[in-house]
Design a protein around this ligand. Structure first.
Ligand code: MRU
Length: 352
């Protein structure tokens, strides 16, 4: 077994850390050029880091928000131990509004908030323990999903992924990239392709960086090249993460995912979505109810900080899209994998 294969069983990238009484985030805006950690000591800065994409990826945003609640509680309690539970509501709102599509954010904030009514005295020990549980559970979920997903993929398959659904997008190991890591660690010599993922280039900057960090070779392609790659027969699986999965199995994920799913179905390529149950929103009956984030047109007008678009052009910049459940062959969660997921199988999985 090569050194590269052996190294992939490690969980070496952990982009969200609680260290010395504060939250530390690996600044993903600067990767792969610079590995800079930011130290965050209050909730406003934490919410800002989520909005500004210092940290991104649905599960990583959820874990960050959980620690954000700890920071908020510490400040509110020290300001007034009698009123902190009321005062903190504004901070929870701020966190919830930091980004709209990834439901893990609201899920984590709600899970932290649920504990508050039972807290007597200093809230930090109880809330910090819960944030750490959310953090640890996410890594465990990713590892288990990696195993489940890898079982579907043949040893010599070509696999195409989109955006970054890796260790950087989670507490560690990754969802889609967890499947690739797991397959690779079992000796499956996959050929991994990654869309560059315009306009933030999560594929070119982050997915390529973290796969190479673990010794997994990766080939980048322009987003527009994916259908041709499928037509050439070079890819058997598209494997992606999700920002929110509706109760009927519709999937919100990085813009371009829907196009991949349509092209995959046309070419007989299988389409796998890997997401923990914290990404499933049983309140959203279908994808039509999932809010889609629109970001600044400058993300399209500029490249590397320099204007490239013609002056005067307008822009449409939704950063997620909805893939209908009918185009999903497998939904992998930490509770099990569902073939052709639908409202009934998801309801069953979620115990509803
Ligand atoms: O805008 P981003 O970079 O936060 O978008 C991230 C994605 O779309 C990921 O695919 C998704 O969050 C799954 S991460 C395991």
């Amino acid at each position: 077994m090569s050194q590269a294969i052996m190294s992939t069983d490690q969980d070496t990238i952990n982009p969200v850390q609680w260290r010395n009484n504060a939250l530390e985030l690996l600044d993903q805006r600067l990767l792969p050029g610079e590995e800079t950690w930011l130290r965050l000591e209050d909730v406003e800065v934490t919410a800002g880091a989520i909005t500004d994409m210092v940290v991104r990826g649905a599960p990583a945003i959820g874990v960050t928000a959980a620690y954000g609640v700890v920071l908020a509680a510490r400040d509110r309690y020290s300001a007034d131990p009698d009123t902190w539970k009321t005062a903190i509501q504004a901070d929870l709102d701020t966190l919830n509004q930091a980004r709209p599509t990834a439901v893990n954010l609201r899920w984590a904030v709600a899970r932290m908030a649920k504990l508050m009514s039972g807290i007597d005295g200093d809230p930090v020990p109880v809330l910090l323990a819960e944030a750490r549980r959310i953090h640890d559970e996410d890594i465990a979920a990713c590892r288990h999903m990696g195993e489940l997903g890898a079982a579907y993929i043949d040893a010599d398959a070509g696999v195409l992924t989109h955006c970054n659904a890796g260790a950087l997008a989670t507490a560690g190991y990754g969802t889609a990239l967890g499947v690739i890591r797991s397959a690779w660690s079992k000796g499956k010599a996959l050929t991994v392709f990654a869309d560059e993922t315009r306009p933030w280039l999560q594929g070119a900057r982050l997915t390529a960086w973290e796969l190479l960090h673990d010794g997994i070779p990766v080939q980048l392609l322009a987003d527009g090249a994916a259908a041709y790659l499928m037509q050439k027969g070079k890819v058997q699986w598209v494997v992606v993460g999700a920002d929110r999965v509706a109760a009927n199995g519709d999937v919100a994920n990085k813009i371009g995912t829907y196009g991949l799913a349509v092209a995959a179905r046309h070419h007989g390529v299988r389409f796998m979505v890997v997401a923990p149950t914290s990404t499933i929103d049983m309140q959203a009956a279908s994808g039509a109810e999932i809010p889609i984030e629109q970001r600044d047109p400058d993300e399209l007008f500029l490249a590397g900080g320099k204007r490239v678009a013609a002056e005067g052009a307008g822009a449409w910049n939704p950063v997620f899209d909805i893939t209908p459940a009918a185009l999903v062959d497998v939904l992998v969660t930490e509770r099990g994998a569902l073939d052709s997921p639908n409202a009934a199988s998801i309801g069953n999985l979620m115990g509803i």
